[in-house]
Write a protein that binds this ligand. Structure first.
Ligand code: FAD
Length: 474
């Protein structure tokens, strides 16, 4: 295999030595790793086409990967497989400021695209996830991830206007308006929506080589406010009301352990002190003029007062800059993208979560049930949440950090994740970025017609079954 890969990539861009491959064998999670047989570093679509054709001949699988931060084992290779590390395919091909889109390759990172917009003085922004600055914008768009623009615009796959894709037989296609020769990549409409055959499929239906990604206006005045609340019920009532007012750029809810971890407490108490706030709410506001911002802050305070009158307790909103003066650790939350070291650099190396999308009206009850469950398993109930697409749905994400070298801790994480999956599904929430073990549990609950269509899409796009096997494997 090595000599054939070297013919395509040259010796310098092919790794096959065991000690070089080991670095690529696992990710942050409790899931089992797997050494790949080779790692290659493509730089062009043509090289990916050649790789796919070769893999088909050899019967080897390909796992596309960029930063490997998906927290679900989704970029871990199958046995005997090849990892296509796409970090060197990192060109920003075009930014059209008039039409508000960027055409980018898989290795373009959140930080890189931000720097481009800032350096070119463009009044545009992208949505930033809370993932590290070096993660791929393209991979998170394909995975239907969420960012600080998701309240307004939904999950990231909805911001894709078009794709260039290499299929499992080495053929290529374009999706969206782009697919009509001479017409620009301004939207998915009005073509049949082939883009959906590649989103949330975890690289199992095609290797995407270009993404047309929607950008959003950046307003000159921005303010991030933190509000401390004392019950999930009260906090999510405020979230729902703010969604209906359409005055916020982003709203996030952090349960007390995640809020405290952000402030530098490494092991927060699983059970809160009754006098402590139970939820930290952050609200991003933006405006063209000071009066507009003042008006929005006024409305926010009215919503809080209404809830106080109904018996809920909230502290006064605090500006993030004020909080940073009191606790410099809050600086990590001042500017996105950011490195949340309390999740990725805590000594034990392990991070896992149950990430779910579900109905906003069930956030309070579901978070309370899952908090109890996490405490029962010995974990501080760290939750990160956000309403999305105007409040039509939202994210509830239950996080654990752990010591990867301890088999007992790994087993504890597996047990809590299994119980959380059952609890959230029962509550009407759907897991996203679904790892293989969870999909196995969920597949009996998927409509048989949908299941059959997913299988047919896979067979059509990847007839030899070589693209990222084991993920979305039904
Ligand atoms: C601390 C932390 C915070 C996070 N916060 C968030 C958050 O707020 N919101 C959020 O959405 N996510 C979050 N994440 C999750 C994660 O960062 C995203 O899933 C990430 O953006 C994926 O990018 P990546 O470069 O790591 O992709 P990888 O993990 O390398 O790949 C992800 C998947 O995409 C596939 N893939 C990669 N490239 C291609 C391609 N070119 N064509 C087809 N398939 C491909 C891979 O095979 C894999 O299945 C967080 C992660 C961490 C560690």
């Amino acid at each position: 295999m090595r000599s054939k890969l070297v013919e395509i990539f040259g010796a310098e861009r092919v790794l096959t030595e065991p000690d070089e491959l080991h670095e690529f064998h696992d990710d942050y999670t409790e899931l089992d790793g797997q050494e790949p047989a080779a790692v290659v570093f493509p730089t062009t679509t043509e090289e990916i086409v050649a790789l796919v054709k070769l893999a088909g001949e050899l019967g080897a699988s390909i796992t596309p990967r960029v930063a490997n931060t998906n927290v679900g084992g989704l970029a871990v290779a199958a046995a005997g497989g090849i990892i296509a590390d796409l970090t060197r395919m990192n060109r920003i091909i075009e930014v059209d400021a008039d039409e508000m889109f960027a055409i980018i390759e898989p290795g373009v990172t959140q930080q890189q695209l931000k720097d481009y917009l800032v350096d070119h003085d463009l009044p545009l922004t992208l949505g930033y996830s809370l993932a590290p600055p070096h993660v791929s914008v393209l991979a998170n768009s394909l995975l239907d991830g969420l960012t600080n623009r998701s309240l307004k615009y939904g999950s990231m796959s909805q911001w894709i206007s078009g794709l260039e894709v290499v299929l499992g037989d080495g053929s290529t296609l374009l999706t969206g308006s782009w697919s009509i020769r001479g017409i620009g990549p301004f939207a998915r409409a009005p073509m049949p929506d082939l883009t959906g055959m590649f989103t949330s499929f975890q690289g199992t239906t095609g290797i995407v080589t270009k993404l047309v990604f929607q950008l959003w206006p950046k307003h000159p005045i921005e303010q991030r406010l933190f509000i401390l609340g004392y019950t999930a019920q009260g906090v999510f009532k405020v979230v729902q009301k703010l969604c209906r007012l359409e005055i916020c750029e982003d709203i996030g809810g952090l349960s007390w352990p995640s809020g405290k971890m952000m402030m530098g407490v490494q092991h927060p108490n699983p059970v809160p002190d009754p006098d402590e706030p139970k939820w930290f709410l952050y609200v991003d506001l933006a405006a063209e003029r000071d009066e507009e911002l003042a008006y929005k802050v006024g409305l926010l305070n009215e919503v809080l007062d209404e809830q106080r009158a109904a018996g809920e307790r909230f502290e006064e909103p605090l500006d993030i800059n004020m909080l940073i003066k009191v606790n410099p650790a809050m600086g990590a939350f001042a500017e996105f993208p950011t490195e949340l070291e309390f999740l990725t650099d805590h000594g034990g190396g392990g991070l896992s979560w149950m990430g779910t999308y579900g109905p906003l009206s069930r956030f309070a009850a579901t978070s309370d049930v899952c908090c109890e469950l996490m405490v029962k398993h010995g974990f501080a109930p760290a939750i990160v949440s956000r309403p999305m697409r105007g409040g039509h749905f939202g994210v509830l994400r239950f996080l654990v950090t752990f010591d990867k070298s301890s088999p007992e801790e790994v087993e504890k994480v597996r047990a809590v994740m299994r119980d959380l999956l059952e609890a959230v599904t029962e509550a009407g929430f759907a897991m996203y970025k679904t790892p293989a073990w969870a999909l196995d549990w969920l597949k009996d609950r998927i409509d048989p017609g949908a299941l059959e269509m997913i299988r047919r899409v896979k067979a059509l796009t990847d007839p030899k079954g070589i693209l990222n096997p084991g993920k979305w494997d039904l």
